[in-house]
Design a protein around this ligand. Sequence first.
Ligand SMILES: CC(=O)CC(=O)SCCNC(=O)CCNC(=O)[C@H](O)C(C)(C)COP(=O)(O)OP(=O)(O)OC[C@H]1O[C@@H](n2cnc3c(N)ncnc32)[C@H](O)[C@@H]1OP(=O)(O)O
Ligand SMILES: NC(=O)C1=CN([C@@H]2O[C@H](COP(=O)(O)OP(=O)(O)OC[C@H]3O[C@@H](n4cnc5c(N)ncnc54)[C@H](OP(=O)(O)O)[C@@H]3O)[C@@H](O)[C@H]2O)C=CC1
Length: 291
Amino acid sequence: MTIQTVGIVGAGQMGNGIAHVFAQAGYDVVLNDINQDSLDKALATIGKNLDRMLSKGKITEADKAATLGHIKTTLVLTDLGQTDLVIEAATEREAVKSQIFETLVPHLKPTTILASNTSSISITRLAARTDRPAKFMGVHFMNPVPVMKLVELIRGIATDDETYTTMLEVVGKLGKTAASAHDFPAFIVNRILVPMINEAIYTLYEGVGDVTSIDMAMKLGANHPMGPLELADFIGLDTCFAIMNVLYDGFNDSKYRPCPLLAKYVEAGWLGRKTGRGFYDYSGETPVPTR
Ligand SMILES: CC(=O)CC(=O)SCCNC(=O)CCNC(=O)[C@H](O)C(C)(C)COP(=O)(O)OP(=O)(O)OC[C@H]1O[C@@H](n2cnc3c(N)ncnc32)[C@H](O)[C@@H]1OP(=O)(O)O
Ligand SMILES: NC(=O)C1=CN([C@@H]2O[C@H](COP(=O)(O)OP(=O)(O)OC[C@H]3O[C@@H](n4cnc5c(N)ncnc54)[C@H](OP(=O)(O)O)[C@@H]3O)[C@@H](O)[C@H]2O)C=CC1
């Protein structure tokens, strides 16, 4: 099936990145959020990231204008009804995602492919609540989307071959590489990455090291580009907590229990970069460790 128009639900850090890469690859994008502020911020972020590429000579002014020209925004979810592909990238809560699909489905063309950018939630279960489980799959981009090469493609139990092949082709057109994952809690990347982050938070909680020493240890000792606490703040602590809970509930295994300190930070609204505070305080010029 040919994809030309793409609807994206949720204009947060992932939604804006996904809109950016589709628009840059020439797709027509309709970006939806419940909040006008989030839509405005998303367009500003895309503009800033395009400017960075422009200043490095990676794109031209004409490329920038063409990319922005491919993006429309809307607060009305059903405006996405006529698109060929819808990618849901709203908050990592199953009830939120299910509600979005329930509202959208009656307005879709029969051929539209539905995808979720979920970090961890069962694709099969999300798909089963729509009218088209065969045309539903997980399309999991990595953060920051314009930079990261990988997209995890997750087939639900009912996903058909045509949908998978179409999405494989789309990932190629975006200049990215796909890794196939079966539909188990948190798939591949987050099954491995987020328990490591959770363990780093336990290391902090138990006083084995402070924020600086833990991040330094993993950057210089294991060659990670970001320390695990810096990365947790970058991903969003609400998202990390949600992923740990999906792993914990999904496997019924205590090895996945979320660190109480992570839970406490989420309760406090200290969600990392996006709220200005997490394991670092982002209110000044450079991030300052909080513990
Ligand atoms: C939670 C999930 O469900 C799944 C996930 O996404 S898990 C998270 C996966 N992501 C990671 O692990 C990211 C780890 N961090 C990194 O790889 C790097 O720190 C980083 C790429 C983010 C930044 O790299 P850096 O070397 O510190 O910064 P910098 O040299 O300024 O930037 C490198 C490139 O990224 C670009 N970049 C950096 N941050 C960016 C952003 N937020 N958006 C867009 N582009 C960005 C820069 O323009 C630069 O591009 P070029 O190489 O083309 O010039
Ligand atoms: N952060 C990461 O590193 C990664 C995240 N993901 C996944 O991507 C998804 C989005 O995460 P992320 O972008 O980080 O989260 P953000 O919190 O940055 O963005 C989520 C956006 O969704 C909006 N939203 C909430 N409910 C609705 C709704 N009913 N309809 C439309 N928009 C809605 C939010 O609006 P408001 O703020 O107003 O509530 C917000 O703008 C999650 O499923 C997450 O697990 C996947 C890969 C990496």
